[in-house]
Design a protein around this ligand. Structure first.
Ligand SMILES: [Zn+2]
Length: 53
């Protein structure tokens, strides 16, 4: 779903990027762009996005 903005090529709008080694982290592009969901700005610890997959 794209709302006016073009889809982020890194995370494809998911707000998370998966590296080749399997690590998942916040998409910094989206973060800087402010296109991440506003609710997610309350993330206290990036480790929350360190993900448990
Ligand atoms: Zn992104």
């Amino acid at each position: 779903m794209v709302t006016g903005k073009k889809e982020c090529p890194k995370c494809h709008g998911e707000g998370r990027v998966k590296e080749k080694n399997g690590t998942i982290h916040i998409c910094f592009d989206c973060l800087q762009d402010g296109s991440m969901d506003q609710h997610d700005k309350k993330i206290k610890d990036a480790s929350e996005f360190g993900i448990r997959l």
